[in-house]
Design a protein around this ligand. Sequence first.
Ligand SMILES: Cc1ncc(COP(=O)(O)O)c(C=O)c1O
Length: 434
Amino acid sequence: MDRSLRALGPVYEHLSQVLPEESDVASDGVLTIGGCRVDEVAAKFGTPAYVFDEDGLRRQIRKYVDGLRARWPKSEVLFASKSLPCVAMYAMAAAEGLSIDVAGGGELMMALAAGVDPARIYLHGNAKSDEDLTMALQAGIQAVIVDNFDDLDRLDRLAKTPQAVLIRVIPEISPDTHASQITGGRGSKFGLPLDQVAIAVDRIVQHPLLQMAGLHLHIGSQVLQTDPFVQAVKAIANIGQYDRYDIGGGLGVQYTADEIAPSVDDYLDAVVDAARAVLPADATLLIEPGRSLVARAGVSLYRVDTVKRTGETFVAINGGMADNMDIALTGQKYEACLPTKMRGEPDTRCEVVGRQCESGDRMVSDALLVDPHVGDLLLMPVTGAYSYTMANNYNGARRPPIVFCRNGSASLAVRRETYEDMLDTHAPAFDRKW
Ligand SMILES: Cc1ncc(COP(=O)(O)O)c(C=O)c1O
């Protein structure tokens, strides 16, 4: 974008780092994403909606794929698909050169439906079922990430043909992030403690069908420093030499105007330097980003339903913790703006709250909006990761649609759930007397 940020209005100037890369402001003050006016997207697809900047998303994927390949040619970037599991996203990820990490049969089914080559799929899970493993083995996925000895017992029973496996190791690194997002610390429910890895390796090496491909770790999510990743690489270097090292995902992203997150290049420089120092030079290096691939490209678009002035000003939207659980789970802070008033002066301090029946359903505290009114659109940036995937039906909310915007055209990737969809899973009340 050539123009100065100021020329795009005060709201854009403030939020430029967190709005999608391909955003702009039309002369009448309406935000555009991927060349699409948000008022037109809202009119066509309704609200709440998850709206994505497709070009920005593809660019972010390539930053990872090309960046890792340039630093460590024998490498693979896996999309941690739990962050945005929809068929269109699996297809786009594969087309842009990503492999896929799935955490269970549901994500595997979507990846296969998107046409992803099974040889590029990796299966995770700390409680894999027979069904998950059977689906994965039958599909012929690249590798199962063994989390525990029950995975090995199940593979003993279920594997009929050779299957590569990696072992998930607890590196005993606890990054500085929300407690619920730490996964690599001592006592984690994910993976095997360092002193049990050799036992698992022995079982795999002696197994006629399992192939010991390498080690895996993942220290956590929304990690805003690079050093814990470096420490984790060092932690697994001492437990034998293997063909493949999957060092997980977890790079944090900037959610608010004043937050600072390492760039993808900073992250890749740090982990590849560490890998060069301690891992075998001919090993394949894998990483598994989720949040940092998809978060910034996506926004949540809502409609303001009520503006209540009680001393405090509450701006209540037609969504909430049913379509964004991250706030309730991790206390994540977000920004908000009124995307049809980008050229106005923000003048109203308020609490943006959701419509779900919980006092904790507060979306953005101390937001500064431009004269909010009932019927205005309200947008929350950086909601591309973990929002759709954790969306739920609390208070009968319908899961919102996903819309991808590119070059001025908006494509529906996932339609809005309907009330009929919700009823579909219920036994009709008249089937029997309840
Ligand atoms: C095993 C594994 N890999 C990768 C990720 C992706 O993490 P993030 O979305 O923070 O990059 C997760 C999510 O927590 C995970 O559990």
